[in-house]
Design a protein. Sequence first.
Length: 166
Amino acid sequence: MSVVGTGQTVVTGVDGRYHLSGLPEGASLTFAADGYAALEDPVVNRSAVDVALTPTRVTGPVLDLAGEPVGNALVKGAGATAVTRADGSFAVDGAPGVGEVRVSASGFDAVTVPVDGDRSVRVQLERITIRASYINQSGLGDPTTLGEMIQTVNSTELNAIVLDIK
């Protein structure tokens, strides 16, 4: 916690308590902790200030259906993003209002999962078999051909288009 305009900084104890004295009139306190949104509160004739910080971090593992970690998965929530580590773990910071996260990874179906009260999620992704159609440079340059290719993917068992741009 810091006292705005004075340069004083205080670290809370393990119980969250702190003590400050000699605050100037009109001082404001800024409360901040890793994984929580900062909060500024003017003192204004009070001898005690209690605050509750809003968590901004969502954490958890991303696993496949066999329980194996999925590395390099993209996790998005309320405009914040993270990429899972090799062990499947992630931490999305800066998302105080996130109610759900969307997780996607190459070779897996994307999923959207709700964020629980303790701001953690356990995500399981299901592997998919890529069934692709191939299009080369000349097909990319023709809007009709490209449109037909997209329509084919949307209306068949295909789920990808391989673009040859070399």
